[in-house]
Design a protein. Sequence first.
Lengths: 232, 790
Amino acid sequence: MIKIENLEKVYKTEEIETTALNGINLHVRAGEFVSIMGPSGCGKSTLLNVMGLLDKPESGSYKFMETELLTMNDRERSNFRKQHMGFVFQNFNLIDELTVFENVELPLIYNKVPAAERKSLVNEIIERMNIVNRSGHFPQQLSGGQQQRVAVARALVTKPKLILADEPTGNLDSSHGNEVMELLCELNEQGTTIVMVTHSSHDASFSNRIINLKDGHVISEKINKARTEELI
Amino acid sequence: MFKLNFKIALRNIWKNKTSSLINISGLAIGLAACLLLLLYVSYEWNFDKQGKEADQVYQILTNYTDQNGVISGTGKNTGNAIGLVLKEEYPEVKAMSRMTHGWQELIANGETSFKKDVKYADKDILQLFDYTFLYGNKDKALDEPHNVVLTESMAKLLFGTADVLNRTIRHQDKVDLKITGVIKDIPKNNSVRFDFLLPWTYHEQNFDWAKELGWTNNNWMTLVKLDKGADVDGINKKIAGLIRSHEKESKASPFLFPLSKMHLYGQFTKGESTGGDIEQVRLFMGLAIGILLIACINFMNMATAKSEKRAKEVGIKKTIGATRGSLVSQFLMESLVLTFCSSILSIALIELCLPVFNNLLGIELSVSYTNPVLWVSLVSVILLTGLVAGSYPAFYLSSFNPIQVLKKKNTRRGFGALSLRQFLVVGQFSFAVILIIATTVIYKQIQYIKNRPVGYSINELVEVAQEGALLEKFDLLKDRLIKSGAVTSLYQSSGSMAVIGSNFWGMEWPGSTVADKEVVFNQLATTYNFIKTNGVKLIEGRDFSEKFASDTAAVLLGKSAVKRMNLVNPIGQVIKYQGEPRTIIGVFEDFIWGSPYVTDDPMVITFNKEWNGTITMRLNNKRSANENIAAIEKIVKEINPAYPAEVKFVDEAYSKKLDKQKVLGILSNLFGGLAIFISCLGLFGLAAYSAEQRTKEIGVRKVLGASVMNLVQLLSLSFLKMVIIAIVIAIPVASYIMNSWLKGFEFHTNVSWVVIAMACLGTIAIAILTVSFQAVKAAKTNPVTALKYE
């Protein structure tokens, strides 16, 4: 589904140039759950941002279902993103002024889904995420795990083909973390492609494939047999 | 989406109560001030423009040329012939009315009598203005000499009702008049106003000199109404020689000038309109916009200062798929919601302040809520304010890059934003400082004029109108007043000390040339005790005296008159005044008779028993003023029972001359103060925000041993820097503007360094107070609480 070739990204400040991505090649098939790991500063978050069309690389090619994305302008990228991708962040990034229901509803509004349909879609997803009784609450009133479930619900509500997760368990204790990971697995089993950046090999063990990055290179790739076999 | 954005807006306003309050109230004050000023501007702007065909009404003005053919002045008075001729000979002239200048006359309902504003005018006046007739027939109301048209409030004052058609009222205690019309009160922003209107034919009956048609007896004003689309320039060309064709000697050339422009553009130099009150209107327009801008700047600053809090929201929305446009519209919506709240508050404020404001200025402003124009302009001002105030935050906030704001927990504000915010604060304070300096200079100028020596002892000087029986019984009045001990001295004269009365030209004196005949002199006629009573300083010679029978053919000259005539030993010389020889018996120091802003024409005081009208009295200062006034009123009433006895203080009449500048003073003080207040409100908000943001830094510094004073300094300094830059910008601008304003006055003060220094120190002091309040609050917080937040 995703074909990334020779991706390069350089950050420039007045004094230093930092190469974040240095000729990355990566293929992700539909239905895969891929973890990206590596030490701090290895470029894993940059890669995820590029994949999410939040950042632009200097050169390379990024094809999503045979469509080249890097030549798109801002509006096209934004449209593509809201139609096909969902995001889950480490610090949840919910809007404090909106209730759980409204937070989840927001992407649908941007996708111009009619109100009645929005309501049923949101209700369906928050039921699935087990946060129905929280739908009128504001994010500050929820625990971390609950907040992350809202964030996942928000990412899922548009039924995206790809979910990009940036350390989704980073701000959670282990039991809440596991809850979220199980949720992601479940989604993956239902057919959603997931790319996740993580520090934790425990979290990575939930995925089919683990890619290790260092200094902007892919240094190793490992198929997680346990999960893959399960998948087959 | 609209609904959701609206919700976010409301929740945000609720969450940040302090800053919302500052924003809303600052904007509300700004809006209220702006709307109030605009109300005043529209009041001035609509002067003489209310009638349906107001643009077709013209006043006949006259340009006067001197010997060299240069236009030396423009007069607003006409004789009583020109209007008649215009109406007869020019088909474009649809209606014409001559009218007297406003004064007060006695009118009585049989029991009580009142002195009220009267005008005598041709019956066409009812065609010139579309007065609303509550009762009576517009076409016939002024047909008979003894008809009278009352305004509604006049009718109610006399009879308690407006339905008074065909009833009789007594005029000047002599003539019974039939009420033939009652009209709605005339709004204050009309130059032709009266409480009761009398026919021109009645005026002619009373005075032979009014009946005799003349071209140069300039006692009246004449208005005409032209056909729609009439060629005014063409008419003006045709009538330019009209007066000269009837009076060979005359150097006057008449022209028509729109009445609707007289109020704002009624100043003429060399025969051309060179402005007038329009300058004041422009000034207030500028002030209104300036104040609103200051309030908008507050708004922008607060919004951008909060940008860090909002950055996250922007980031998330962008990631999820919000376009820039949708974010811009969201922030604009927020600003519109705030502006809307402010506008409601501002309308309440206006309603609250309007009576006070009207009272201060002596005008009648009101908000007519049924007027669609008001609503359209109100909504557009509000929309514009919302858009202006919201545009910068909207475009700034929506420009955030999502990964940057989402990744780093604390995005440093961009250098651009910071400097723009500083720039705005500097601009705001520059404007405020300019206003303070301007206000102070205006105040100083008013004081300067107020303190100009009047040239006579104005205190304890009172006057009554010499009318009715007082005309014949002056000597009796004099005896009784002196005997009563209420006054020490009194005299009769042709006019008040405080109001310029009359001038003339054509005087001849030893050594005068033909050209000297054009020199204009002021004239006042009196009998005995003039100088003794009012305390004008005699330089040489003496006052008129009963001991010298020849004094009935004598004059007193002002110092500047003697100088103008180049007389070396004036006393005893004979001059020709109004064609008759008069001996100079005294020279007095000039006093202010006309406007205190300019030098009066040289003055001649002549002896004339027949030319009277005012009695001026010096109160006995050994008794209380109230006692004296009561005694005078009692005696005057006894001698002249038909007229109300109104004793006026001369100094009060004099201070009326300063009214117009007083309005300017009040308005600039008020709105200058408001500008400062709103600016400080903004500074307060910014300081609060900056303190809040630096909570952690303050905590750390405190733990490391910083004192409260150190921290206050730290927090205040950056703000103070901006204020000082603002002052540096404001000083030259303000002194330039105010110097050129002062140059417009013949007698003027200067923009002194004291004023500037005071304004600057005042601003700095207010700014320090504002900022340090926040700084002290922040610095005094327990460092542990501060650090716990991280």
